[in-house]
Design a binder for this molecule. Sequence first.
Ligand SMILES: [Mg+2]
Length: 233
Amino acid sequence: MARKLVLFDIDGTLLTVNAINRSVLVDALKEVYGTAGSAGTHSFAGKMDSKIIYEVLQVAGLDRDEIAEKFEQAKTTYIEMFRTQAKPSDVLLMEGIRELLQKLSEHPELMLGLLTGNFEASGRHKLRLPEINHYFPFGAFADDAPCRNELPAVAVEKARQLTGIDFFNHDIIIIGDTEHDIACARVLNAKSIAVATGTYSREELKKHRPHVLYENLGRTDVVLSEILRSSIN
Ligand SMILES: [Mg+2]
C-alpha cells in the first residue's frame, strides 16, 4: 500500500524542452491576440502556463479583461500547436531520470504524481515524447487552480481519490528545480527536494532552504533512499 506521495515538477526537473516550447507560445499568442508581448524573452521557470500568458501580454499593454476574453482560445491554440509540432528530438531527459522513475515505480509504497505549472495536455505531451508518461497516474496542473501554491492540495486530493489514502506532511515529497517548487512543499509541510538542473543554480536554490538539494538526480540510489527515508534530516 502506498505510504508516500512523490510529486515531480516537469520542466527543468524531469526534462528540458528546446526552443520550440517558447516559439510555439509566441506563435499561438500572436495568432490569438495579435501580439506575443514579452513571450520571446520572459522567464518561464517555475511559473504556471496560465500566469505566463497574463504576464507577457500585460507587458504589451493588454488588460486582464482583454486577456481573459480570449484565454481559452489561446490555451487551446498553444496546446494544439505544441502537440502537432513538438517531436521526441525536442525533449531531453535529465540525467538519471529514466532509471530513477523505473526504480521508484518498483516500490509499492510509493505513489508518483505530477505537480507542475504546465497545462495538462501539453505537459502530458512533453512526457509522452520520451515515453515516461505512464509513470504518472495523476497530476496537478495549471488547469486545476489559479496559482501554483494551490496545486499541492489539489494533488493530495487527487491522490486520495485514487488510493483512499490521506497523505500528510513529510510523507509527501515534492521534487523541483525552482524556489516555487520549494514554496509548494512548504504549503503542505511536505519534504522538498530541489535539483539544480533547471535555470536556478545550486547556490540560488540553497537560499530557499529545501530539505535536500542535489546537483542532479543522476545518483538514483541516493535519491531513492532519501525518498524512502521517513525523517527529513
Ligand atoms: Mg521546473
